[in-house]
Design a protein around this ligand. Structure first.
Ligand code: PLP
Length: 372
Protein backbone atom coordinates (compact mmCIF):
# COMPACT_ATOMS: atom_id res chain seq x y z
CA UNK A 1 0.00 0.00 0.00
CA UNK A 2 1.30 3.46 -0.84
CA UNK A 3 0.67 6.03 1.89
CA UNK A 4 -1.14 9.24 0.95
CA UNK A 5 0.89 11.06 3.64
CA UNK A 6 4.39 9.56 3.92
CA UNK A 7 6.63 9.96 6.96
CA UNK A 8 9.24 11.84 4.95
CA UNK A 9 9.73 13.11 1.43
CA UNK A 10 12.99 13.73 -0.34
CA UNK A 11 13.76 17.40 -1.06
CA UNK A 12 15.36 16.69 -4.46
CA UNK A 13 14.80 18.37 -7.84
CA UNK A 14 16.70 19.02 -11.10
CA UNK A 15 19.50 20.73 -9.15
CA UNK A 16 20.69 17.47 -7.56
CA UNK A 17 20.42 15.72 -10.95
CA UNK A 18 22.48 18.45 -12.63
CA UNK A 19 25.12 18.44 -9.91
CA UNK A 20 25.58 14.65 -10.10
CA UNK A 21 25.70 14.78 -13.91
CA UNK A 22 28.30 17.55 -13.94
CA UNK A 23 30.51 15.55 -11.59
CA UNK A 24 30.17 12.45 -13.75
CA UNK A 25 31.04 14.49 -16.86
CA UNK A 26 34.06 16.03 -15.10
CA UNK A 27 35.77 12.64 -15.19
CA UNK A 28 36.60 12.66 -11.45
CA UNK A 29 33.98 10.76 -9.46
CA UNK A 30 35.81 9.51 -6.35
CA UNK A 31 37.05 11.65 -3.40
CA UNK A 32 38.34 14.91 -4.85
CA UNK A 33 37.50 18.60 -5.25
CA UNK A 34 33.74 18.26 -4.67
CA UNK A 35 34.34 16.38 -1.43
CA UNK A 36 36.76 19.09 -0.28
CA UNK A 37 34.24 21.80 -1.19
CA UNK A 38 31.47 19.97 0.66
CA UNK A 39 33.65 19.72 3.77
CA UNK A 40 34.63 23.38 3.70
CA UNK A 41 31.04 24.53 3.24
CA UNK A 42 29.70 22.23 5.97
CA UNK A 43 32.39 23.37 8.42
CA UNK A 44 31.66 27.03 7.74
CA UNK A 45 27.90 26.54 8.16
CA UNK A 46 28.54 24.91 11.54
CA UNK A 47 31.22 27.38 12.55
CA UNK A 48 33.64 24.55 13.31
CA UNK A 49 37.32 24.28 12.36
CA UNK A 50 37.29 20.96 10.53
CA UNK A 51 34.95 18.60 8.69
CA UNK A 52 35.78 15.22 7.13
CA UNK A 53 33.29 13.71 4.67
CA UNK A 54 32.77 9.98 5.06
CA UNK A 55 30.77 7.16 3.53
CA UNK A 56 28.14 7.27 6.32
CA UNK A 57 27.66 8.26 9.95
CA UNK A 58 28.21 4.77 11.35
CA UNK A 59 31.85 4.98 10.26
CA UNK A 60 32.05 8.57 11.57
CA UNK A 61 31.05 7.24 15.00
CA UNK A 62 33.63 4.45 14.71
CA UNK A 63 36.36 6.96 13.82
CA UNK A 64 35.23 9.19 16.71
CA UNK A 65 35.86 6.30 19.14
CA UNK A 66 39.35 5.80 17.66
CA UNK A 67 40.17 9.53 17.71
CA UNK A 68 39.32 10.05 21.38
CA UNK A 69 41.35 6.94 22.22
CA UNK A 70 38.77 4.39 23.32
CA UNK A 71 40.53 1.05 23.99
CA UNK A 72 39.21 -2.49 24.52
CA UNK A 73 37.60 -2.80 27.96
CA UNK A 74 36.99 0.95 28.37
CA UNK A 75 33.46 2.01 29.27
CA UNK A 76 31.45 4.51 27.24
CA UNK A 77 28.15 5.91 28.50
CA UNK A 78 25.44 6.16 25.82
CA UNK A 79 21.68 6.50 25.39
CA UNK A 80 19.45 3.53 24.56
CA UNK A 81 16.83 5.72 22.87
CA UNK A 82 18.82 6.05 19.65
CA UNK A 83 19.57 4.28 16.40
CA UNK A 84 21.62 1.15 17.10
CA UNK A 85 24.66 2.53 15.23
CA UNK A 86 25.34 4.98 18.10
CA UNK A 87 26.00 2.05 20.43
CA UNK A 88 27.53 -0.32 17.88
CA UNK A 89 30.40 2.14 17.43
CA UNK A 90 31.37 1.46 21.07
CA UNK A 91 31.46 -2.29 20.38
CA UNK A 92 33.54 -1.82 17.19
CA UNK A 93 36.48 -0.82 19.42
CA UNK A 94 35.67 -3.59 21.96
CA UNK A 95 34.59 -1.08 24.59
CA UNK A 96 31.62 -1.55 26.93
CA UNK A 97 28.40 0.45 26.48
CA UNK A 98 26.80 1.68 29.71
CA UNK A 99 23.26 2.76 28.96
CA UNK A 100 21.90 5.89 30.63
CA UNK A 101 18.19 6.72 30.83
CA UNK A 102 16.45 9.72 29.26
CA UNK A 103 15.49 12.74 31.38
CA UNK A 104 11.72 12.30 30.81
CA UNK A 105 9.22 11.74 28.01
CA UNK A 106 8.97 15.54 27.78
CA UNK A 107 12.78 15.69 27.32
CA UNK A 108 13.75 12.34 25.79
CA UNK A 109 17.51 12.94 25.76
CA UNK A 110 20.25 11.38 27.89
CA UNK A 111 19.99 12.37 31.56
CA UNK A 112 23.08 14.07 33.08
CA UNK A 113 22.35 12.73 36.61
CA UNK A 114 22.08 9.20 35.27
CA UNK A 115 25.32 9.66 33.31
CA UNK A 116 27.11 10.73 36.47
CA UNK A 117 25.73 7.81 38.50
CA UNK A 118 27.17 5.34 35.97
CA UNK A 119 30.74 6.64 35.87
CA UNK A 120 33.41 4.20 37.10
CA UNK A 121 37.23 4.17 36.97
CA UNK A 122 36.97 2.55 33.52
CA UNK A 123 34.70 5.20 31.98
CA UNK A 124 36.42 7.14 29.18
CA UNK A 125 33.69 8.87 27.18
CA UNK A 126 30.06 9.86 26.84
CA UNK A 127 28.13 9.61 23.55
CA UNK A 128 25.09 11.85 23.37
CA UNK A 129 22.37 11.88 20.71
CA UNK A 130 20.36 15.04 20.07
CA UNK A 131 16.97 13.39 19.68
CA UNK A 132 14.78 14.78 16.87
CA UNK A 133 17.21 17.71 16.63
CA UNK A 134 16.71 18.92 20.22
CA UNK A 135 19.82 19.43 22.32
CA UNK A 136 20.87 17.29 25.26
CA UNK A 137 21.70 19.32 28.38
CA UNK A 138 25.18 20.09 27.07
CA UNK A 139 26.23 22.46 29.89
CA UNK A 140 25.63 19.76 32.48
CA UNK A 141 27.17 17.03 30.29
CA UNK A 142 30.33 19.05 29.52
CA UNK A 143 30.69 19.87 33.25
CA UNK A 144 30.51 16.16 34.12
CA UNK A 145 32.99 15.37 31.33
CA UNK A 146 35.50 17.95 32.58
CA UNK A 147 35.10 16.88 36.19
CA UNK A 148 35.76 13.20 35.37
CA UNK A 149 38.16 13.73 32.45
CA UNK A 150 35.85 12.13 29.87
CA UNK A 151 35.61 12.76 26.13
CA UNK A 152 32.26 13.72 24.58
CA UNK A 153 31.09 12.47 21.18
CA UNK A 154 27.93 14.02 19.75
CA UNK A 155 25.76 11.89 17.48
CA UNK A 156 24.19 14.87 15.70
CA UNK A 157 22.51 12.86 12.92
CA UNK A 158 19.15 14.44 13.74
CA UNK A 159 20.50 17.91 14.27
CA UNK A 160 22.22 19.70 11.37
CA UNK A 161 22.14 23.47 12.12
CA UNK A 162 20.29 22.92 15.41
CA UNK A 163 21.56 25.29 18.09
CA UNK A 164 22.32 25.21 21.80
CA UNK A 165 23.00 28.61 23.41
CA UNK A 166 24.26 30.01 20.12
CA UNK A 167 26.46 27.01 19.22
CA UNK A 168 25.67 24.45 16.55
CA UNK A 169 25.06 20.93 17.82
CA UNK A 170 27.92 18.61 16.95
CA UNK A 171 30.51 21.32 17.71
CA UNK A 172 30.26 21.41 21.52
CA UNK A 173 31.89 18.08 22.43
CA UNK A 174 35.21 16.69 21.16
CA UNK A 175 33.83 15.17 17.94
CA UNK A 176 30.46 15.53 16.17
CA UNK A 177 28.98 13.01 13.72
CA UNK A 178 26.35 13.59 11.01
CA UNK A 179 24.50 11.36 8.55
CA UNK A 180 23.34 12.11 5.02
CA UNK A 181 21.32 8.90 4.60
CA UNK A 182 18.31 9.38 2.30
CA UNK A 183 15.79 10.17 5.03
CA UNK A 184 17.95 12.66 6.96
CA UNK A 185 17.65 16.46 6.77
CA UNK A 186 20.53 16.49 4.27
CA UNK A 187 20.42 13.55 1.84
CA UNK A 188 23.11 12.14 -0.42
CA UNK A 189 21.87 8.53 -0.55
CA UNK A 190 24.54 7.37 1.87
CA UNK A 191 27.00 9.75 3.46
CA UNK A 192 28.35 11.15 6.69
CA UNK A 193 30.51 13.89 8.18
CA UNK A 194 32.81 14.09 11.18
CA UNK A 195 33.42 17.56 12.63
CA UNK A 196 35.93 18.69 15.23
CA UNK A 197 37.81 21.76 16.42
CA UNK A 198 40.92 19.66 17.10
CA UNK A 199 43.69 19.80 14.48
CA UNK A 200 45.08 16.51 15.81
CA UNK A 201 41.75 14.66 15.49
CA UNK A 202 41.24 16.14 12.04
CA UNK A 203 44.63 14.96 10.78
CA UNK A 204 44.09 11.45 12.11
CA UNK A 205 40.52 11.26 10.77
CA UNK A 206 41.79 12.10 7.27
CA UNK A 207 44.41 9.34 7.54
CA UNK A 208 42.05 6.71 8.95
CA UNK A 209 39.44 7.52 6.29
CA UNK A 210 41.79 6.29 3.60
CA UNK A 211 43.84 3.30 4.83
CA UNK A 212 46.27 5.45 6.83
CA UNK A 213 47.87 6.52 3.54
CA UNK A 214 49.79 9.78 3.44
CA UNK A 215 48.40 10.81 0.03
CA UNK A 216 45.14 10.18 -1.84
CA UNK A 217 44.50 9.18 -5.48
CA UNK A 218 43.41 12.70 -6.40
CA UNK A 219 46.69 14.22 -5.20
CA UNK A 220 48.68 11.63 -7.15
CA UNK A 221 46.54 12.10 -10.29
CA UNK A 222 47.17 15.85 -10.10
CA UNK A 223 50.93 15.35 -9.71
CA UNK A 224 50.92 16.74 -6.16
CA UNK A 225 52.30 13.46 -4.86
CA UNK A 226 53.87 10.44 -6.48
CA UNK A 227 54.30 8.03 -3.60
CA UNK A 228 52.76 7.30 -0.24
CA UNK A 229 53.53 5.71 3.08
CA UNK A 230 51.01 3.93 5.30
CA UNK A 231 51.36 5.31 8.82
CA UNK A 232 48.25 3.98 10.62
CA UNK A 233 45.81 1.04 10.34
CA UNK A 234 43.04 2.77 8.48
CA UNK A 235 39.90 1.95 6.52
CA UNK A 236 38.13 2.89 3.34
CA UNK A 237 35.56 5.28 4.83
CA UNK A 238 35.65 7.82 2.00
CA UNK A 239 32.83 9.82 0.46
CA UNK A 240 32.87 10.18 -3.34
CA UNK A 241 32.52 13.36 -5.41
CA UNK A 242 29.14 12.36 -6.91
CA UNK A 243 27.59 12.30 -3.45
CA UNK A 244 29.52 15.38 -2.34
CA UNK A 245 28.17 17.37 -5.30
CA UNK A 246 24.61 16.35 -4.33
CA UNK A 247 25.44 17.31 -0.74
CA UNK A 248 26.53 20.79 -1.87
CA UNK A 249 23.10 21.38 -3.45
CA UNK A 250 21.44 20.07 -0.29
CA UNK A 251 23.43 22.55 1.83
CA UNK A 252 22.09 25.39 -0.34
CA UNK A 253 18.57 24.20 0.43
CA UNK A 254 18.84 23.26 4.08
CA UNK A 255 18.05 26.59 5.78
CA UNK A 256 14.81 27.11 3.83
CA UNK A 257 13.86 23.48 4.41
CA UNK A 258 14.38 23.80 8.17
CA UNK A 259 12.48 27.11 8.30
CA UNK A 260 9.52 25.38 6.68
CA UNK A 261 9.79 22.42 9.07
CA UNK A 262 9.56 24.88 11.97
CA UNK A 263 6.24 26.11 10.52
CA UNK A 264 5.02 22.51 10.22
CA UNK A 265 5.94 21.83 13.86
CA UNK A 266 4.13 24.98 15.01
CA UNK A 267 1.02 23.95 13.11
CA UNK A 268 1.10 20.47 14.67
CA UNK A 269 1.43 22.02 18.14
CA UNK A 270 -1.51 24.37 17.52
CA UNK A 271 -3.71 21.56 16.26
CA UNK A 272 -2.71 19.13 19.02
CA UNK A 273 -2.95 21.58 21.93
CA UNK A 274 -6.62 20.76 22.57
CA UNK A 275 -5.80 17.08 23.09
CA UNK A 276 -4.92 16.56 26.78
CA UNK A 277 -3.65 12.98 26.36
CA UNK A 278 -0.91 13.88 23.90
CA UNK A 279 2.51 15.01 25.13
CA UNK A 280 4.71 16.88 22.66
CA UNK A 281 8.36 16.47 23.67
CA UNK A 282 10.26 19.77 23.89
CA UNK A 283 6.93 21.53 23.39
CA UNK A 284 8.12 25.01 24.42
CA UNK A 285 11.64 24.74 23.02
CA UNK A 286 12.58 28.00 21.32
CA UNK A 287 16.19 27.60 20.03
CA UNK A 288 16.58 26.92 16.32
CA UNK A 289 16.21 23.20 15.58
CA UNK A 290 16.28 20.88 12.58
CA UNK A 291 12.97 19.12 13.38
CA UNK A 292 14.28 15.89 11.88
CA UNK A 293 11.23 14.02 13.19
CA UNK A 294 7.98 14.94 14.97
CA UNK A 295 7.49 12.57 17.92
CA UNK A 296 4.42 12.54 20.18
CA UNK A 297 3.83 10.59 23.39
CA UNK A 298 0.41 9.14 24.25
CA UNK A 299 -0.40 9.42 27.97
CA UNK A 300 -1.48 6.24 29.78
CA UNK A 301 -0.78 4.16 26.68
CA UNK A 302 1.19 0.93 26.41
CA UNK A 303 2.84 -0.56 23.32
CA UNK A 304 -0.18 -2.64 22.30
CA UNK A 305 -2.62 0.27 22.32
CA UNK A 306 -0.08 2.51 20.58
CA UNK A 307 0.31 -0.08 17.82
CA UNK A 308 -3.47 -0.16 17.32
CA UNK A 309 -3.39 3.63 16.84
CA UNK A 310 -0.50 3.34 14.36
CA UNK A 311 -2.44 0.68 12.41
CA UNK A 312 -5.51 2.93 12.36
CA UNK A 313 -3.43 5.85 11.00
CA UNK A 314 -2.03 3.53 8.33
CA UNK A 315 -5.53 2.54 7.17
CA UNK A 316 -6.15 6.27 6.58
CA UNK A 317 -2.96 6.46 4.51
CA UNK A 318 -0.80 8.09 7.18
CA UNK A 319 2.66 6.58 7.52
CA UNK A 320 4.12 6.67 11.03
CA UNK A 321 7.16 5.26 12.72
CA UNK A 322 8.59 4.90 16.20
CA UNK A 323 11.99 6.31 17.08
CA UNK A 324 13.35 4.02 18.36
CA UNK A 325 13.07 0.46 19.63
CA UNK A 326 15.35 0.66 22.70
CA UNK A 327 18.89 -0.55 22.05
CA UNK A 328 19.27 -2.04 25.56
CA UNK A 329 16.48 -4.52 24.73
CA UNK A 330 18.00 -5.85 21.50
CA UNK A 331 19.23 -9.49 21.65
CA UNK A 332 22.77 -8.55 20.73
CA UNK A 333 22.89 -6.11 23.70
CA UNK A 334 21.57 -8.61 26.28
CA UNK A 335 24.92 -8.66 28.06
CA UNK A 336 24.77 -4.89 28.61
CA UNK A 337 21.13 -4.70 29.77
CA UNK A 338 20.34 -2.17 32.49
CA UNK A 339 16.96 -1.02 33.76
CA UNK A 340 15.90 2.19 32.02
CA UNK A 341 12.28 2.85 33.06
CA UNK A 342 11.89 6.23 31.34
CA UNK A 343 13.33 4.98 28.06
CA UNK A 344 10.92 2.02 28.24
CA UNK A 345 8.00 4.37 28.86
CA UNK A 346 8.97 6.51 25.87
CA UNK A 347 9.47 3.53 23.58
CA UNK A 348 6.11 2.01 24.54
CA UNK A 349 4.00 5.11 24.15
CA UNK A 350 5.51 7.22 21.37
CA UNK A 351 4.62 7.63 17.70
CA UNK A 352 6.60 9.52 15.08
CA UNK A 353 4.23 11.49 12.83
CA UNK A 354 5.03 12.63 9.26
CA UNK A 355 7.50 15.54 9.15
CA UNK A 356 8.84 17.24 6.04
CA UNK A 357 8.86 20.75 4.63
CA UNK A 358 6.14 20.19 2.02
CA UNK A 359 3.57 18.94 4.57
CA UNK A 360 0.49 21.18 4.23
CA UNK A 361 -1.88 22.53 6.89
CA UNK A 362 -4.57 20.22 5.45
CA UNK A 363 -2.23 17.22 5.65
CA UNK A 364 -1.57 18.06 9.30
CA UNK A 365 -5.31 18.43 9.97
CA UNK A 366 -5.94 15.05 8.33
CA UNK A 367 -3.41 13.52 10.70
CA UNK A 368 -4.33 15.28 13.95
CA UNK A 369 -8.08 14.76 13.48
CA UNK A 370 -7.42 11.00 13.70
CA UNK A 371 -5.84 11.42 17.15
CA UNK A 372 -7.69 11.95 20.41
C1 PLP B 1 20.91 7.67 10.77
C2 PLP B 1 21.53 7.59 12.10
C3 PLP B 1 22.78 6.96 12.29
C4 PLP B 1 23.48 6.19 11.22
O1 PLP B 1 23.82 6.95 10.12
P1 PLP B 1 24.27 6.23 8.75
O2 PLP B 1 24.72 7.38 7.90
O3 PLP B 1 23.06 5.55 8.19
O4 PLP B 1 25.37 5.28 9.07
C5 PLP B 1 23.34 6.99 13.56
N1 PLP B 1 22.71 7.60 14.59
C6 PLP B 1 21.51 8.20 14.43
C7 PLP B 1 20.88 8.88 15.60
C8 PLP B 1 20.88 8.20 13.20
O5 PLP B 1 19.68 8.79 13.07
Amino acid sequence: MAYSIPLFNLNFDELEQQAALETIKSGWISTGPKTAEFETKFASMLNVNHAVALSNCTVALHLAMKLVGIEPGDEVICPSLTFVATCNSIRYVDAIPLFADIESVERPVICPQDIESKITKKTKAIVVMHYAGFPCDMDAIMDIAHKHNLKVIEDACHAPLSEYKGKKLGTIGDVGCFSFFSNKNISTGEGGMLVTNSQEYYNRAKLLRSHGMTSMSYERAKGHATAYDVVDFGYNYRMDDIRASIGLVQLDKIQADLDQRAIVRKEYITQLSSKPDIIIPFKNHSDFTSNYIFPIVLKKTEAEKRDVIRDMLATYGVQTSMHYPAVHRFSVYQKYYLELPKTDQMVNSMITLPMFAALSKENIFNITSLLS
